[in-house]
Design a protein around this ligand. Structure first.
Ligand code: 13P
Length: 237
């Protein structure tokens, strides 16, 4: 199984021109890598970027119809998008529940998209010693009635462990603590490809792959800088 390195651009950048620049910098820089690379730009740029696997940052769980402002799995699939991030903590904060996430994962798999399923505890949950309980609940409900399938050198479901307190803070989770969580997740979902995310930079990225048992990385802020993202990809080789 290849390592999966994902760029989550979140709600960035502000123009298509900038998006194309970052995209081509990444595409050229990662040529020949033995990692699997997926770039997840905002919906509005998906049709314009070509040459590297693309992922969406969200999906709706219904089919086409009267759902103003939503984007369906079929639309993404028909556009050539391969992956979708589901359950990111920034969406959970806006009210997305484990039950909604379960419906989204089912819909994504039904239309043939591969899933990057995000889980992670908040600072309060971690301090209260509830980390594993939270991860277990997110997994049990999020993946209810869903089977992990190996598709040759990739999987239909990839789990991204992103401690909420480590996202965008510069306070990345220590390698030992990450390893414990990754082991815990792999115990609950045997054979899963598990990624780490949360303040990943080229200085810390290699450690997660080599020493924490991560099978990939979900990179936010650092993925908007092509040179830095390429370094991260190389560190995982
Ligand atoms: P940062 O890399 O900016 O901390 O974001 C992580 C993340 O949320 C990726 O999905």
């Amino acid at each position: 199984m290849k390592n999966l390195i994902v760029a989550n651009w979140k709600m960035n950048p502000a123009s298509l021109e900038e998006a194309k620049n970052i995209f081509s910098g990444i595409k050229n820089g990662v040529e020949g890598t033995n990692n699997e690379i997926v770039i997840c730009p905002p919906f509005v740029y998906l049709a314009e970027l070509k040459g590297t696997a693309l992922g969406a940052q969200n999906i709706f769980y219904e089919e086409q119809g009267a759902f103003t402002g939503e984007v369906s799995g079929e639309m993404l699939k028909n556009l050539g998008v391969e992956y979708v991030i589901i359950g990111h903590s920034e969406r959970r904060k806006l009210g997305e529940t484990n039950e909604m996430i379960n419906k989204k994962i089912k819909k994504a798999l039904e239309v043939g998209l591969k899933v990057i399923f995000c889980i992670g505890e908040t600072a309060e949950e971690r301090e209260a010693g509830r980390k594993n309980e939270v991860l277990e609940r997110q997994i049990k409900i999020g993946l209810k009635d869903i089977k992990l399938v190996d598709l040759g050198d990739r999987q239909n479901i990839n789990i991204a462990y992103e401690p909420v307190w480590a996202i965008g803070t510069g306070n990345n989770c220590g390698v030992e603590e990450t390893k414990k969580s990754i082991d815990f997740i792999k115990n609950l979902v045997p054979n899963a490809r598990v990624l780490y995310g949360g303040s990943v930079k080229s200085e810390n990225s290699g450690d997660y792959i080599k020493n924490a048992g991560a099978n990939g990385l979900l990179v936010g802020g650092a993925s908007l800088n092509a040179e830095e993202f390429v370094k991260i990809v190389k560190s995982a080789e």
